[in-house]
Design a protein. Sequence first.
Length: 168
Amino acid sequence: MLDGWTLSGIATLQSGAPVSVSLDNVTIIDERGGHGFSSTAWSGSPTQGARVQVINNTGDIHTMVLAPPPQGTLANAGRFLFRGPWLNNWDAGLFKRIPLPNRRWGLDLRMESYNLLNRTNFTSMETRARFAVDTLNGNRLTQTNPSFGNFTAAYPKRRLQLALRLAF
């Protein structure tokens, strides 16, 4: 009963992919009400994706200080401002060879687990910045995308599978 067991596993510890922050739109609130500009209208370039102005780059999207660029410019944000979510995944398999009376035949019991620790591994996040500039209150700047910086997708949860195979 204790003979013939095999344990195997794969651990994946991987840093996140480089991520960019893009300018989605800018809304100006003034005495005429609110009027919005698309990112290309704000930056003045139909071919270049508008970038944000980085005031303080901490390397983390949640503490980074961003602003819209001056109208008509592309701003100073580099292509990749920070790293996305990390991957920490553990897969494991446990196998048992059960011999049958006929030497050439045997049963293989296989138990496999993918994402064994059931860790949530995120794959992407919301990186489109939207701003409102309130010129009536001293050019108060607000980031108006409520999901900015939130994770939007993840790898699958833990999966288990059992198999019994007749080998001959």
